[in-house]
Each structure stands twice: as C-alpha cells, then as structure tokens.
Design a protein around this ligand. Structure first.
Ligand SMILES: [Zn+2]
Ligand SMILES: [Zn+2]
Length: 195
C-alpha cells in the first residue's frame, strides 16, 4: 500500500477524527513530510515494521498522523510525550535515523495573509495548509532517538504481577522496592485516587 492521494488521506482522517479540520490537514502534511524525509514510501505495507512516531500534543493534528504512518498506540509504534507542541518525530528503526517535524507558529499568520476574506481562521488554515510548501509550514531537524528494547514494537518478556494490587505489568514497567515488585501506581505514581 504505497502512499495514497491527499484527498484520500483527508477522507480517512475525517472518518477517524470525526471531522475534517485545519489540524487534520496539518497533521497529514506533517506525517507525509516526515516519511518523505526518511525515504519511506510504503509506511503501511513493506515499511510498517520499522517506523515509530513520537507525538508531542493530544490535539487534532495527532489523530491525523497514524492515518499516514500506520503507527498506532496499540501497536507500540506511536509514542506520546506531552510537551504541548504540534510536533512529531519520525524514526526509521532500520536506518537508526529520525527527523523531528514541528509546525511553525508563522503558518497561521500566513493563512490569514493568504485568505483574509474567508470567514473563519479554520477555513483560512484548511485552505492554506493544503497549499503552502512544507518549508512554510514546518521546521525540521535530524535527531537521535534512543529507544530501549522494552519500548520497541514486538518486545517480548514475561509479565510480572504487582505484589500489592495483583495486576499484571508488562514491558518492564514494574518497580522493585525493598525486594518487592510493584506496579507504578502502587509505587506512588498513581494518577487516580481510589474512592
Ligand atoms: Zn479537529
Ligand atoms: Zn499495584
């Protein structure tokens, strides 16, 4: 399954995300740019085993990225680092190289300059984000991402059981304290309070 047309990606993104918006278009463009920079032309087919994507925000653009890359959370190929930035890093595991693509703040201003008569910023941006060249939408940098074996898709290891809550913990996420094997929640990193 080589890359699809942009119209087809827009259609798929609208279904997955629930609506088509400027963020979807920006996310699709970001992912297409990322895989192109890595030289990956079949991310959902022949190249699917060696692409991992890190995303940095939980907003619209992030939903569009797996539409192009095929990298999904449940396949361990999509990693979320909550930095609040419209940016993503595309890692080619085979070549051990990675490129980070970040949306430029100036892109929104460019959209307003291009289409001042359009009703809403979303309309301006949807149109402009389809048309602007990559260099006016994104900043890119080649980076090194060190991914531990336990974070890679396909990692296999025995699950352990937390000594306190009895829940299973995979992928070395356990904490050993005073000879006791605990899950992260029981070790103190709980994000919820039992009632
Ligand atoms: Zn949206
Ligand atoms: Zn526990």
């Amino acid at each position: 399954m080589p890359l699809k047309t942009f119209e087809e990606y827009e259609r798929l993104a609208a279904i997955a995300h629930g609506h088509l918006c400027a963020g979807q278009i920006l996310g699709l463009r970001m992912a297409l740019y990322g895989v192109r920079l890595l030289g990956i032309d079949d991310p959902e087919g022949a190249d699917r085993k060696h692409l991992v994507t890190y995303v940095e925000i939980d907003r619209c653009a992030t939903d569009a990225i797996p539409i192009v890359t095929g990298c999904r959370l449940g396949k361990r190929a999509l990693k979320f680092r909550d930095f609040g930035k419209v940016a993503a890093t595309f890692c080619d595991l085979r070549e051990n190289r990675a490129v980070r693509v970040a949306a430029l703040e100036s892109a929104r201003l460019r959209a307003r300059e291009m289409y001042p008569d359009m009703a809403s910023p979303n309309q301006q941006q949807m149109r402009a984000y389809r048309e602007l060249p990559d260099a006016e939408l994104f900043h890119t940098e080649w980076v090194r991402v060190t991914i531990g074996p336990e974070d890679l898709p396909g990692y296999k290891a025995a699950k352990v059981v937390c000594a306190e809550c009895g829940e299973g913990v995979s992928f070395k996420r356990e904490v050993v304290r005073d000879g006791c094997t605990l899950c992260r929640a029981c070790a103190g990193a709980r994000y919820y309070e039992p009632l």
